[in-house]
Design a protein around this ligand. Structure first.
Ligand code: SF4
Ligand code: SF4
Length: 441
């Protein structure tokens, strides 16, 4: 296997706008007066509440869990009283059951939480159990329960763990700041993940527009056999799982396959920090770093935010939104989800809160396709977006599936270059949901 920075086909070079927050150190948002903690913040089964209205809870106390394997428990992010349990709008669109906690202002940690034994004494099973108990999911936005990725079937041996430090999404710098400020924890988390999987090699992939992070992490991995830092070309979507694997190893994940099919497990650098906190301190995932950014935010910043804090309160803490703000996105502008309002909680997968102005958005009306083929040129998955969009428009989902719509990673490159402003990514989200729905039936 040759390890080196290779490119991938397609992709785009959007304006990154990372200068808004890249040099701003992470600061902690004060403990909010109230949090709303959804019982579904991950891919998989929703949690059942473990508390009732009126109960007192501590910071880090488990307040929801599921018996299903593909799920992740949720924890209180403030100490105080459970004020309500009921549906609340989620950034994914639908309302989901959520637990509202009113803070008692004391910020008292659950006294039953204890630091586990040192990593050297933990078995792979114990590492997986602790990671599950801590409610850790993929913090890059995918929200897949981390312990599930650490439990591949016996016929899929894993020899390599790749940590994603590419952070190719425009505007977002939360991972960049973590790499600068928490390099030791990133390396510790990577070692724990490698131990859980029995993998001998670890790679941290970082785009070459973050030279300071490359330098800091190269120092941090010195003396760690089997771990190396790889500089990646700056190109969107370099951080997508399959692109990252190809760029760092030249292994190609087959259509419809998973990284484990080529012996790889990917995790995000933020997830590695959460793993380090769980294994060093016994700390569950109840807060995360969020980049608050965009030309529409008065004071862009990188904030450590308690899960369940309402986005509108986060924005207020950043000086509010400017008059020319026109769009709120959870995540970044390429893969993020536009929101009708800011009355939604920050969840485990909230990597960014981006407020865009009209000037930044280049708002245009969608017009009919002019068959220019640009979308085909940039698709990193080798799909034919123009045809997939037509099939979706005509509700021909089976044919879209045969043309590999399920391989679409929803990166948005096709929509980004489309001169007709076709809502291509939305089409493919719809087509994938239809195909998945039919399979479930
Ligand atoms: S880029 Fe847009 S206009 Fe051009 S072929 Fe694709 S869908 Fe049609
Ligand atoms: S079809 Fe999917 S994978 Fe291809 S460019 Fe469009 S959004 Fe990205």
């Amino acid at each position: 296997m040759r390890l080196g920075a290779a490119g991938f086909r397609g992709g785009v070079h959007p304006d990154y706008h990372k200068e808004l927050t890249a040099s701003l150190a992470i600061t902690a948002l004060p403990v909010p007066a109230q949090v709303v903690i959804p019982l579904l913040q991950h891919i998989g089964a929703p949690c059942e509440p473990l508390v009732a209205v009126g109960d007192h809870v501590f910071v880090g106390q488990k307040i929801g869990e599921s018996k299903e394997f593909v799920s992740a428990p949720v924890h209180a992010s403030v100490s105080g009283k459970v004020a309500a349990i009921g549906p609340y709008r989620h950034s994914m669109g639908k309302a989901v059951e959520a637990i509202t906690i009113v803070s008692d202002g004391e910020d008292k940690r659950d006294p039953s939480l204890q630091a586990p034994p040192p990593l050297e004494e933990l078995t792979p099973d114990e590492i997986r159990r602790l990671i599950r108990e801590a409610g850790i999911v993929g913090l890059g936005g995918a929200c897949f329960p981390a312990h599930v990725k650490l439990s591949p079937p016996a016929d899929k041996p894993i020899d390599l763990v790749i940590l994603n430090g590419a952070e190719c999404e425009p505007y977002l710098t939360a991972d960049h700041r973590l790499m600068l400020e928490r390099p030791e924890d990133i390396v510790f988390g990577l070692k724990a993940i490698m131990k859980a999987l029995g993998a001998k090699t670890g790679i941290i992939g970082i785009e070459n527009n973050k030279l300071d992070a490359l330098r800091v992490l190269r120092q941090a991995v010195e003396g760690s056999p089997g771990i190396r830092v790889v500089s990646l070309p700056t190109k969107y979507p370099q951080g997508a799982e399959k692109m990252l694997i190809k760029a760092t190893t030249r292994r190609i994940v087959p259509s419809g396959g998973l990284p484990m099919d080529v012996g790889v497990v990917n995790h995000n650098v933020g997830t590695a920090v959460a793993v380090a906190e769980a294994l060093k301190q016994g700390k569950p995932l109840y807060e995360r770093v969020v980049t608050v950014t965009g030309g529409g935010v008065a004071r862009p910043c990188n904030l450590l935010v308690r899960i369940g804090t309402l986005v509108k309160e986060v924005l207020e803490a950043c000086g509010g939104v400017k008059e020319d703000a026109v769009k709120l996105v959870i995540g970044g502008p390429m893969m993020g989800l536009a929101q009708p309002d800011a009355d939604i909680p920050v969840v485990k997968g909230t990597s960014g809160i981006t407020v865009l102005t009209r000037e930044e958005m280049a708002l245009r009306e969608a017009v009919p396709c002019i068959r220019c083929g640009k979308c085909v040129d940039v698709c990193p998955m080798g799909l034919v977006p123009v045809t997939l969009a037509q099939l979706t428009e005509h509700k021909l989902f089976e044919r879209a599936e045969k043309m590999h719509v399920m391989d679409c990673i929803e990166c948005g490159c096709c929509a980004y270059v489309c001169p007709a402003s076709r809502p291509l990514t939305q089409y493919f989200r719809l087509a994938k949901a239809q195909v998945m729905g039919r399979k479930r039936k």
